[in-house]
Ligand binder design. Structure first.
Ligand code: MTE
Length: 314
């Protein structure tokens, strides 16, 4: 069990004690919410994680798993905007300019706005989370992220009663993201969550990894992580968030709806049409291990789907 009713992660999830960065209220009521806020000012080191001196070799996941080495986390990536090979993003993502950056919050909500990154992220609000990431391609990693709960942003935006989903979009810029010149996917990359999934305490917006500012290839400056879902739900380099009544069409479902669904919950019992999802290879290991229902987070999230047929809603 990882998360109590309060949404706090027990210290067993992240060792040792005292490593949490202060969790502070997210965007204060006074946060600037103005079009183009802070454009051009950059953010300097203001949202840098403060714990880069941490001895990561002692940190393990709550299932007592070792962390995937930093070099693997940052050089074996999926980011089609920079090429379809796993080593393309680290080679090519230098063209992305993650500062300055703005994020538009809109759709069905009382408090829409365009935020400069530094207004969107409050440094003291950032906390550590060690999450397993299970890719649909049957490999996995254990990654120490730094970020904050998506719920904080949603509460600030005040979605209206009719809003049932949140849609996210990646930057669409052929100069910064040369892979968008090719039609391998429909651009920009789009993902979505049901509102209750988005507000779940495990769902995070991520700004750092291993105590360092998020590298471009991992989705700088801000990306989503939903640890009980396949990795493709973790949309990178987010520029917009919209509240919708209807389920948004996410990129991989649009690309091949018989292979990828909207929910994309990790489920070892539902094979991908071309391969089994029962086992996975942890990057850095040879052996294959059993894939866990909801990627091991069933205690926390299974109730979100009670009554739903997760074979139909894959
Ligand atoms: N986001 C965008 N914009 N473009 C992508 O190609 N790939 C997804 C997801 N987010 C992707 C993306 C997939 S398939 C996975 S498995 C994860 O990012 C990989 O995250 P990582 O490279 O940090 O491990």
């Amino acid at each position: 069990m990882l998360i109590g009713k309060s949404g706090k992660i027990p210290s067993s999830e992240i060792t040792p004690e005292g490593m949490y960065l202060n969790r502070r209220q997210f965007i204060g009521k006074s946060a600037a919410v103005v079009a183009g806020a802070s454009m051009g000012s950059g953010i300097g080191g203001s949202i840098e994680p403060e714990n880069s001196q941490k001895d990561w070799s002692k940190v393990r996941s709550e299932l007592d798993e070792e962390l995937t080495p930093f070099d693997d986390v940052t050089s074996y990536n999926n980011f089609y905007e920079f090429g379809t090979g796993k080593s393309d993003p680290v080679r090519n993502a230098h063209t992305l300019r993650p500062r300055p950056w703005t994020i538009e919050v809109g759709g069905l909500c009382d408090n829409p706005g365009t935020y400069g990154l530094e207004d969107f992220i409050k440094p003291g609000n950032i906390e550590d989370r060690v999450y397993r990431m299970r890719c649909v391609e049957a490999w996995s990693m254990v990654i120490p992220w730094q970020g904050f709960s998506l719920k904080d942003v949603i509460d600030q935006a005040k979605p209206s009663g009719s809003a049932r989903f949140v849609e996210f979009r990646t930057l669409h810029d052929l100069e910064q993201m040369p892979g968008q010149r090719y039609g391998v996917l429909r651009w920009p990359y789009v993902e979505g969550l049901r509102l209750d999934e988005a507000k779940h305490p495990l769902t995070m917006l991520i700004t750092g990894v291993y105590g360092k500012t998020l590298p471009n290839q991992n989705g700088a400056p801000i990306r989503l992580i939903v640890p009980w879902k396949y990795g493709f739900k973790g949309i990178k380099s987010i520029v917009s968030m919209r509240f919708l009544e209807e389920m948004p069409m996410n990129t991989w479902k649009r690309s091949a709806s018989h292979e990828y669904g909207f929910y994309a919950n990790v489920n070892p019992d539902v094979p991908h049409p071309r391969w089994s999802q029962a086992r996975e290879r942890r990057i850095g290991e040879f052996r294959r291990r059993r894939t866990l229902m909801f990627n091991g987070y069933a205690d926390e999230v299974a109730s979100l789907y009670s009554g739903m047929d997760l074979r139909t809603h894959y």
